[in-house]
Design a protein around this ligand. Sequence first.
Ligand code: SF4
Length: 374
Amino acid sequence: MKHTKQKKHTAKKRTHSCVPTTDRITKKEAQTMLKTADILDLGLTADNMRKRLHPEGIVSFVVDRNINYTNVCINKCTFCAFWRDKDDQDAYILDRETLFEKIEETLGLGGTQILIQGGLHPELGIDYYVDLLRSIKDRFEINIHGFSPPEICYIADSSDLTIQETLHILKDAGLDSVPGGGAEILSDRIREILSPRKIKSSRWLKVMETAHGLGMRTTATMMFGSIESPEDIITHLDAIRELQDRTGGFTAFIPWSFQPGNTELIQNSRFKIQKSVTAVEYLKVLALSRIYLDNIDNIQASWVTQGLKLAQVSLRFGANDFGSTMIEENVVASTGVSFKTSKHEIIKTIRAAGFIPAQRDTCYNILRTYEEGV
Ligand code: SF4
């Protein structure tokens, strides 16, 4: 099933020399913008585009919890501090009782979704995932947003199934939508260095295209600020835009910056990384994402990696969504970055920036607005 293609949105004509005055911007224009545009020019263009797409001034968020069913992962990506070997003392597979308690707590807090992701565990096949999904759906009414493309490919390969068969089986068992994790930068030159065992760009895109074809909505992400060049960022954005033109299945784009703490990428001097992404770099990439991805409705601010204050500023640089309340988050926290917040704090932060806070569901349908009071 194809999703209805989203209408094309065009950038307002501007007179600044490095911000294009044509409709859809080209790769070349985007590269120039990323390298030379003034941050406020970029922000204003992105903010104007956000206003055209979301004229009601709503900034949404979802109440959910990240549940990591295992931290065992054979990929061992250099930028990841979360993975463990199977025999490590703190390696785990989450037991069902703990899983159900976490879901009950999420529902009790008004949650509508769980984001369920884990490592690539060599002993878990398709039966484990089917049983996991069914056991949740038998007990709870909650949306399962789960298993990023690297997990789906690993399940497929280890169970001798195609991507299409795997997604079909998982969907039948209760998987509702697919998160855009594992994209990092969709350039195989970069992936070969960051995560040589991970699926290549074409397979990441193939999983998303297949999921869209089965009627499942997905998000798209980008992790930047490690070893990529501006050209690699544009290559990534272009691959997402091109697929969205064909399927319309992405609900949102979520750019977030590499968090270096406890990762091989920062500890091993051969990678020559010395610093984290600055606030200015983050805002420029965020704004450019809004401008370039004219066929994706929602751009998410990443308070988990940038903190609440910069996420608040992001709302004037193209973002219209505050992501999740993240009742629990373990992957970014394993790098030593642990911004915490609550639904109340998110509502206050959005309102203080001049927007109407609204709780949404996984597909960005508004469930409730908070025009006054919490
Ligand atoms: S980023 Fe994902 S695939 Fe890579 S090591 Fe961490 S858990 Fe595994």
